[in-house]
Design a protein around this ligand. Sequence first.
Ligand code: PSU
Ligand code: MN
Length: 304
Amino acid sequence: MKRSLVLAPEVAAALRDGGAVVALESTLITHGLPYPASVETAWAMEAAVRASGAVPATIAILAGRITVGLTRAEIDYLAQRPLGAVRKCSRRDLPIAVARGEDGATTVAGTMIVAAAAGIPIFATGGIGGVHRGAPFDVSADLLELGRTPVAVVCAGAKAILDLPATAEVLETQGVPLVGLGTDTLPAFYSRSSGLPVDVNVATVTEVAAIIAAAHRLAAQHGILVVVPVPVADELPAASIEGAIQQATREALAGGVSGKRVTPFLLKRVAELTRGESRRANTALLINNAGIAGQIAVELAGMK
Ligand code: PSU
Ligand code: MN
């Protein structure tokens, strides 16, 4: 894949010089947030990565070209395409979008694949996909990608719209270490704790970087999930959002929403039902995670 990538000059230079680079996904821009919150959040995430001293590389497919490091204009363009015009690209979608010269937004799985090929060891997002509630055979490709692609993903856990205990089980089966940064439990996206244990609770970004560096020395062929709870001020108590999640899940089942449409549908409905509260928490944790991933990337670059 490496030969098929189009790298932004700044990203190429940082990778050549052993500098800190953080990959960012594009599905949250095209499918996860409405315009203009989508572009504002994407830019704020890039700014948070830079403020930590790292170079951001937002990843997407533009007219069939896998692009690592979008310009602001390219982010704007993708965010403003009509719904359905940009293919949501997980692992199986990448060759289709490339062959057909399409625009594509990469999910956690899709972004991990491209980041690994580019040599970017760390990636920040909001929440990974997981095992869906009520439909236990809807298992996000994100979980399997974490089991097979060596990239560290900084996130606020799996989205609370999911079956979190089942999601944690699949991560265990896939051999994915759960590294809590200042937390004993897997965060639940909008709220700080799911009650499910992580494998290790570390206090500093240096300790996170040391675990990633050890995985590299061991030539580990799997990902690492670094979980960071949503900031206290932006947390939505689980009890206050659970009703909205259950209603949205019922509507998705009743409406026959399936496949790759499920996650965008649930995120949108929960935001409507909570009058934007869920979206505020979502945006806050995305920016927080980007800044922390930048700090980890700087530590990691210093260890090499
Ligand atoms: N996190 C967010 N918003 C999102 C997503 C994650 O805060 O929109 C996206 C990610 O791209 C993730 C995808 O990979 O949702 C999961 O989709 P699915 O459940 O269809 O695998
Ligand atoms: Mn799915």
